[in-house]
Design a binder for this molecule. Sequence first.
Ligand SMILES: [Zn+2]
Ligand SMILES: [Zn+2]
Length: 161
Amino acid sequence: MAETMHCYRHPKRETRVSCATCGRPICTDCMVATDVGIKCPDDARLPRGARTGVMKKGQVVRSILAGIGVAVAGIPIAYVLFLLPFTWLISAAAGYGAGTLINRAGGRNGGPIAIVISVVATAISFLVVLAPDLLGGTINPRPLLAMVFAVVAAGVANRRI
Ligand SMILES: [Zn+2]
Ligand SMILES: [Zn+2]
């Protein structure tokens, strides 16, 4: 049987998780997932602000640049998607790929900023392709559904783990 420990920040809470750096037990509310394992909030803030979901300025800038790249590169991809079968399935995969690219550009932090950039970039690609239909007043539910799949997948790729 695993030994029961108590969170060093919440002495009444039992936990089996401990910080990868200092070894202090931490509960699920306190633990922070980092690239190098689960850490307590004190150690997760160290050494280079590698805390999940918190991006440094340079990473935010790179995420935005990647987002612009994805939006531009995504236009021809979205255009081709609508000509293929299983559009929604491929759209979801493409959206996930776009989100992953942006996630990597931002130092794999994920979190709200990366999600917003990914969702907006993916939506722009699709909206440019759909614009003639939308402006013409002929809203086809199929491509719109494909866009929703892609946008959601792009967001999911940046969820915090
Ligand atoms: Zn620690
Ligand atoms: Zn705790």
